[in-house]
Design a protein around this ligand. Structure first.
Ligand code: HEC
Length: 131
């Protein structure tokens, strides 16, 4: 009798670990699904703006970089949303001031939004001309 009891327990163990396996697999699968759906809804932008081909440093479309990295807070037309209106930012800040803000952040604006120095320069220059 004791022997068959032990066997039952072993079977339960097997069922338990199978459950645990499928539960963790289910979570993994869910994460995978979310990532998949995310990449379908927000496809990585490719070729849309850079239709001229790959010249990563020479010709930077500052307006496009801004739209991708800054417009969520400052608006597609610099009109301001969570961040301030930047339509006349060049009247108060120089390109150097702006690139410092992009690198170091300011108040509610996080630092390091742009990583590439040429992009920082292009966007700062472009914004400093908005007067
Ligand atoms: C998460 C939202 C957010 C994003 C993204 C963001 N900003 Fe800002 N930005 C802010 C906020 C909020 C302020 C106001 C900070 C303060 O004065 O306390 C600000 C301020 C600024 C200022 C100074 C404005 C002034 O009148 O002093 C500049 C310039 C600026 N942002 C440029 C950029 C650029 C360029 C990008 C993209 C690389 C960017 N921001 C992305 C939220 C954001």
């Amino acid at each position: 009798m004791a022997g068959s009891n032990k066997k039952d327990m072993n079977q339960n163990d097997v069922i338990d670990s199978a459950k645990a396996f499928f539960t963790s697999f289910g979570i993994l699968f869910l994460v995978f699904l979310i990532a998949l759906v995310g990449s379908i809804i927000f496809p990585p932008k490719h070729g849309e703006e850079a239709n001229g081909g790959g010249a990563p440093t020479a010709q930077i479309d500052a307006a496009a970089v801004f739209k991708q990295n800054c417009a969520s807070c400052h608006g597609q037309n610099l009109e301001g949303i969570a961040g301030p209106n930047l339509t006349k930012i060049g009247a108060t800040l120089s390109a150097d001031d702006i690139s410092k803000i992009i690198k170091e952040g300011k108040g509610g604006m996080p630092p390091g939004l742009l990583k590439k120095q040429p992009e920082i320069q292009a966007v700062s220059q472009w914004l400093s001309e908005k007067k």
